[in-house]
Ligand binder design. Structure first.
Ligand code: ADP
Ligand code: MG
Length: 347
């Protein structure tokens, strides 16, 4: 029996992002807490029906690394999706409130995301398409799970049409218009891992850049003019020019070809022009797991480098990455994860 909107009482706001608002809700019928996401879908009823039909795949998604799904429904101009409430919140919330995530815990985040990605791809042939810290959630049972994957082509379309499609976690080949593969998700994971370990978005200037930007750092970390933001229309035009030359082939599904190349300011705290940033991702060397103030283990540095190979052909697959020594030799237990998530909610 799937959840209906009438069963739900709103408890609190959990956050809003690109195309959705999420609230903590009480399910009166089942006597438990859940999370409800409302996505604005400005589409004809037939399209909405199609979206709801496509979302049914989530009924069959059962993995310890995927946020549980309880049902979906149309509600005025929205599509509602009810899912498992993750009481420690998203990884971006956690690091913003508690500072950088330790490299040991970051390794367990990497493993959970890779196992979630492999489950989605191997069992359902789904590519996530939106890996970023806000789509990686944790709970005080010590579980780490991913959410917001692209199950519905029509939903991806509807959001892209009303909203914006490009995010700063996008791989260089995606920015240039190539079709999504599971390797694009691996790139986004690499960027997310640096963000968690440094406690800031890797492309943005550190808040105290004078002390952090030493000589060895300055080359990889280009600085951007905080006020150099182009009007959205200009950004779109520029990105379309860049993307079409390398456009999707005829074999890509309709939602791939129609997907708009708008932009969004993902990666909180980043104030540079989004176009500069996307060009930077395409043209400059990939960021590295590096901080002048921290000594990250070489296995972690190598792992992130393997995620951030600019050429998707040489970038490692989730299977290969799961065999990395950083993952295999991790000493972090489920109890450690439980302790860690509990410490983040107690503060
Ligand atoms: P985004 O992922 O771009 O931040 P969303 O609308 O998907 O935007 O989510 C908004 C916020 O709601 C997330 O950043 C996260 O902190 C929170 N959130 C989403 N889903 C859940 C959930 N199932 N349990 C707890 N918090 C959630
Ligand atoms: Mg999300």
């Amino acid at each position: 029996e799937l959840v209906k909107n009438e069963d739900l009482e709103v408890l609190a706001d959990l956050g809003a992002g690109n195309g959705g608002t999420v609230t903590k809700v009480w399910n009166k019928k089942r006597n438990c807490i859940m999370a409800r996401k409302l996505i604005l879908v400005d589409a004809k009823p037939a399209i909405k029906k199609q979206i709801l039909r496509e979302l049914q795949i989530m009924n069959d998604c059962a993995s310890p690394y995927i946020v549980g799904y309880y049902g979906c429904f149309p509600i005025d101009v929205h599509v509602g999706i009810v899912m498992e409430y993750m009481d420690a919140g998203s990884l971006d919330y956690i690091y913003r409130h508690n500072g950088p995530v330790s490299i040991e815990i970051t390794g367990k985040v990497a493993e959970a995301v890779l196992r979630g990605l492999m489950y989605l791809y191997d069992v359902h042939r789904i590519i996530h398409r939106d890996i970023k810290p806000s789509n990686i959630l944790a709970n005080t049972a010590g579980e780490i799970k991913i959410c917001d994957f692209g199950v519905s082509g029509e939903l991806i379309n509807s959001i892209a049409n009303t909203f914006v499609g490009t995010s700063t976690y996008m791989s260089p080949e995606r920015i240039q218009g190539a079709a999504y593969t599971i390797k694009s998700d691996v790139w986004s994971l690499g960027i997310s891992l640096i963000e968690l370990a440094l406690g800031r978005f890797p492309f943005a200037e550190p808040p105290d850049s004078s002390s952090e930007a030493d000589a060895s750092d300055s080359e990889a970390q280009a600085t951007f003019d905080a006020n150099a933001t182009l009007p959205l229309a200009a950004q779109r035009a520029a990105l379309d020019l860049g993307g079409n030359s390398n456009g999707n082939g005829n074999n890509s599904p309709p939602h791939e070809r129609r997907r708009s190349r708008g932009v969004s300011l993902a990666g909180g705290g980043s104030t540079m022009s989004i176009l500069d940033l996307l060009q930077h991702i395409v043209n400059e060397p990939a960021p590295k797991l590096y901080s002048p103030r921290k000594d990250f283990p070489q296995e972690a540095v190598d792992f992130v480098e393997d995620c951030l190979s600019k050429d998707p052909a040489t970038r490692k697959s989730p299977q290969e990455l799961l065999k990395s020594s950083w993952i295999v030799d991790s000493k972090v237990t489920k109890a450690d994860l439980e302790k860690w998530t509990k410490s983040t909610v107690e503060e």
